[in-house]
Design a binder for this molecule. Structure first.
Ligand code: PEP
Ligand code: MN
Length: 266
């Protein structure tokens, strides 16, 4: 059964958007210089519409880089001032959401590990309630469409209408070439349940390696998905997280040149 959630189309919250919605930026913000330099390069490509930068990084195991923290919000503000791009980051609890909103971020997204936790989603929904922030929700790490749908219901019940789904693949249950396996049937299922919800694809976390980004991105467009969230770093070889899947802004432009974009219904 389809759900009658009130959801604004992407065009409503980003009125000047050109199809499709391309969100790009580093997995993690590392220094002010890295954040700004990457953003300035990306802003030259007018196809990139939103700048992403991870500030709080929920890593699977402790001991790796867990994000630069709140200082990164200031860099995102600077990126917006300098480039005019809307900016966004991942929020993994109510305090992150409060800080991100206070810093005036345009987009908050709930990461795959957090979507799997209804209390966390509810906490974030309660903080965002009454604002016009855009909230994007990645699929949960486990292939449970109901958890993903439940997150949208919670946000919708909090009056949040600027919603977008991000397919980033599911934890593989066996050896795969990709880091996370995409389940395109899930995308079709989500579209059936919430027909007016924009759905974009995160080929970076599905593929886990640069060489897979093209095929995954093309598949997303072939399925009529409305955009991509893709990781881009000025120098991926030095990235503190996800170095194998990030593209330089130049390589991102080349990738976008090659893609045949069809059926985008923003
Ligand atoms: C990210 O976007 O950098 C990230 C950690 O993604 P995910 O929640 O999809 O693992
Ligand atoms: Mn990442």
């Amino acid at each position: 059964m389809a759900l009658e959630l009130e959801i604004n189309p992407i065009k409503h919250w980003l009125p000047q958007i050109n199809n499709p919605l391309i969100i790009a930026g580093p997995c993690s913000l590392e220094t002010e210089e890295q954040a700004m330099d990457t953003a300035k390069q990306l802003a030259k490509d007018h196809r990139v519409f939103v700048y992403r930068g991870g500030v709080w990084k929920p890593r699977t195991r402790p001991g790796s880089f867990e994000g630069i923290g709140s200082i990164g919000l200031k860099w995102l503000q600077m990126v917006r001032e300098e480039t005019g791009m809307p900016v966004g980051t991942e929020v993994a609890n109510a305090q992150h959401a409060e800080e991100a909103l206070k810093a005036g971020l345009d987009v908050l997204w709930i990461g795959a590990r957090s979507t799997a936790s209804p209390f966390v989603v509810q906490e974030i929904a309660d903080v965002v309630r009454g604002t016009d922030a855009v909230v994007m929700v990645k699929n949960p790490v486990n292939p449970d469409v109901q958890l993903w749908v439940g997150a949208f219901e919670r946000l919708s019940q909090a009056g949040i209408k600027n919603l977008v789904a991000i397919h980033r693949g599911f934890t593989p249950f066996r050896e795969t070439e990709y880091r996370n396996y995409p389940n395109w049937k899930t995308v079709i299922e989500l579209r059936r349940i919430m027909p007016n919800l924009p759905i974009i694809c995160d080929p970076s976390h599905i593929g886990g390696k640069r060489e897979y980004l093209y095929d995954i991105s093309q598949k997303a467009f072939d399925m009529g998905m409305e955009g991509l969230m893709i990781e881009s770093h000025r120098d991926p070889s030095c990235a503190l997280s996800d170095k194998e899947q990030q593209l330089t802004p130049t390589d991102l432009a080349k990738l976008l040149d090659r893609l045949i974009i069809r059926n985008v219904k923003t």
